[in-house]
Design a protein around this ligand. Structure first.
Ligand code: UDP
Length: 472
C-alpha cells in the first residue's frame, strides 16, 4: 500500500547514505525525513510524508510481560521489550502483538511511552504448549488486522520473533502489505544439531523456517555464525540477512559492591559463589553444570556454593516441576548441599546476584546470543561459558572469562576452579568483562535495526545492513 516498489534507481544508482550514528541515536535524534525520495510538494508516485512512523512487533507465543526465567520466557522477551522501548525513545512507535493468555487481560497495555502491547484472542485464552499454537495463527492474523482497522493505525514495518510469529507476519502481509523483518531467535536446524534424540524440534518448524527464509524481506541474525549458517547451509541470499546482536541495559547492569550485595541477599561473605541464571531447559546444559560441581568437590579449596536462578519454587522455597527434577539430580550426584535453588527472579534483582557471584556459569549447549553472559560481564563478573553460538562472540576467552567445549563437565570444572582459586586473575577478567560488554549498547543496536526498517519502509531491498559493526 504505502511503500513504493523498488525502482532501478534504488537498486543501482542510489547508494545508502548513513542515516544515523550511534551518537545521534543515543541523543534521541531519529531522522524521520525520507532521505531518498522527493521532498517537495506531493506529486503522484512520490511519497512526501514520513515513511517510517510505526512498527508492529509480532510475538505470538510469549509476552514481554511474562515472568522471566520460567517456562519459555527469557532472552527473547527481554529483547522484544528493550528493543521496542529503545525504538520508541528514538521516535518510532511500536505495537507488540501477542496471544491472549487470560480472558481478563485488557486488550491494550502500555509497556513504556510509545509502546503498546496488544493482546489478541486466538485459540483458548489460557497458556497452551507452543507446539499447539500453529493452527491458531490465521485467527491471530485476522484479529490483529481487525485491531488495526478499529484503531485506524497502519504499520510501516513488521518485525516478527520466532518461527510462529514469522508465519503470522507472512499471513498479515496479505492484509497490511507491509514489509517484514524476521528474527528466528535460534532455528530448529541449529537447535537440533545440539539436542539429544528426545528433544528434536518438529518437522513443521523446520519446514516453516525454510519458507520464512524466502518470505521475509530481511532476516536478523544475532551473531556472525548464525548469519553464516543462514547463508551457507540454508541458502539465504546474502544481502537479506544482517547481523545485529541484542543490547544490554547498561543502566541496570553495572558493577556493584560485592560485600553489600551478599549482605542484601543473605549470602555468606567469604563463600566461593558460582551463579547460574536461566530457563530450565535442556539447551542450557544444566546436567553439565551438575556434574562439573561434583568434580569441583574433588579439587583443592573449599567446595563452592551454586546459586541457581530459574524455574519455579513453591511458597516454602521448594523446587517445583522441571526445577524439582534438577534438584533431585543434584541429590543423586551428592551435591545437593552445594546448590541454592531460588527460582526465577525479577530482572531488576539480578544485578545484586551478579555482583555477589565470583563467577557466572553459562554451560549452554547453544545460545543465539546469551544475554546472561553479557549482563554478568557488564556487572564486572567473569563468565565461564560454552564455546557455542553467540557466546563465542560475546565472551572473550582469557579476557572476560573462559570458553570451554559444551557438554564437557571436566573442562567446565577446571575453568571454574581456575577462576575461583585465583583472586588476581579474577580481577583481571573482571576488568576485561566490563570492556567486552560495553559494545552491546541499546542505542547502537537500535540504530542498526532502524536502518533496516527505514530501507524496507522505503520499498528498498538493497544495502539493508548498517555499516557499523558491533561485533568488532
Ligand atoms: N532472566 C530474569 N530472571 C530469571 C531468569 C532470567 O530476568 O529468573 C532474564 C535474564 O536477565 C536475561 C534473560 O532472562 O535477560 C535470559 O536471556 P538469555 O539470552 O541468557 O537466555 P534465553 O532465555 O534467551 O535462552
Amino acid at each position: 500500500m504505502r511503500h513504493r516498489r523498488e525502482t532501478p534507481k534504488d537498486r543501482g544508482i542510489l547508494s545508502a547514505p548513513r542515516l544515523h550514528s550511534g551518537r545521534s541515536a543515543a541523543k534521541g535524534r531519529f531522522n524521520l525525513v525520507n532521505p531518498y525520495g522527493y521532498q517537495g510538494p506531493s506529486i503522484f508516485g512520490y511519497e512526501t510524508d514520513t515513511p517510517l512512523r510505526r512498527a508492529a512487533f509480532i510475538c505470538v507465543h510469549t509476552s514481554p510481560l511474562a515472568a522471566l526465567g520460567r517456562n519459555d520466557a527469557g532472552g527473547m522477551n527481554v529483547y522484544v521489550r528493550d528493543l521496542a522501548c529503545q525504538l520508541a525513545r528514538l521516535g518510532l512507535e511500536v505495537d507488540i502483538f501477542t496471544r491472549r493468555l487470560d480472558p481478563h487481560t485488557p486488550e491494550l497495555t502500555i509497556l513504556c511511552p510509545g509502546v503498546r502491547i496488544i493482546n489478541v484472542t486466538a485459540g483458548p485464552s489460557q497458556p497452551i504448549d507452543k507446539q499447539d499454537i500453529f493452527p491458531f495463527l490465521p485467527d491471530f492474523a485476522a484479529e490483529a488486522v481487525l485491531f488495526s482497522l478499529r484503531q485506524g493505525v497502519r504499520y510501516d514495518v513488521v518485525h516478527s520473533h520466532y518461527w510462529l510469529s514469522g508465519w503470522a507476519a507472512h499471513l498479515l502481509r496479505r492484509y497490511w502489505d507491509t514489509p517484514f523483518v524476521h528474527m528466528f531467535h535460534t532455528t530448529a536446524h541449529m537447535k537440533n544439531a545440539v539436542s539429544g534424540p528426545g528433544h528434536r524440534e518438529p518437522a513443521l518448524r523446520l519446514q516453516i523456517e525454510r519458507h520464512l527464509i524466502q518470505l521475509a524481506d530481511s532476516l536478523i541474525a544475532a551473531n556472525p555464525a548464525e548469519r553464516a549458517d543462514l547463508i551457507w547451509r540454508q541458502h539465504t541470499p546474502t544481502d537479506k540477512v544482517c547481523t545485529v546482536p541484542p543490547g544490554v541495559d547498561l543502566d541496570l547492569f553495572f558493577p556493584r559492591d560485592r560485600a553489600d550485595a551478599r549482605r542484601r541477599l543473605g549470602l555468606e561473605a567469604d563463600a566461593r559463589i558460582i551463579l547460574f541464571v536461566g530457563r530450565v531447559d535442556p539447551i542450557k546444559g544444566i546436567e553439565t553444570l551438575l556434574q562439573a560441581v561434583r568434580q569441583l568437590a574433588t579439587l583443592p579449596g573449599p567446595p563452592p556454593t551454586v546459586v541457581f536462578i530459574g524455574g519455579e519454587v513453591d511458597e516454602q522455597g521448594r523446587p517445583m516441576g522441571a526445577l524439582a527434577t534438577v534438584a533431585s539430580e543434584a541429590a543423586d550426584l551428592g551435591v545437593a548441599d552445594q546448590f541454592r535453588f531460588i527460582g526465577s527472579q525479577p530482572q531488576d534483582q539480578l544485578p545484586y546476584f551478579y555482583a555477589a557471584a565470583d563467577v557466572v556459569a553459562v554451560p549452554s549447549r547453544y545460545e543465539s546470543f546469551g544475554l546472561v553472559a553479557v549482563e554478568a560481564m557488564a556487572s564486572g563478573t567473569p563468565v565461564v561459558a560454552s564455546n557455542a553460538g553467540g557466546l563465542t562472540f560475546t565472551v572473550e576467552d582469557e579476557v572476560s572469562g573462559l570458553l570451554v567445549p559444551p557438554q564437557q563437565p571436566e573442562a567446565l570444572a577446571a575453568a571454574l576452579h581456575r577462576v575461583l582459586s585465583n583472586d588476581m586473575y579474577r580481577t583481571d577478567l573482571s576488568e576485561g568483562a566490563l570492556r567486552c560488554a560495553s559494545r552491546f549498547t541499546w542505542p547502537a543496536v537500535a540504530t542498526a535495526i532502524l536502518h533496516i526498517y527505514e530501507r524496507l519502509a522505503e520499498g528498498v531491498r538493497a544495502n539493508l545492513c548498517c555499516d557499523d559493526e558491533i561485533y568488532a
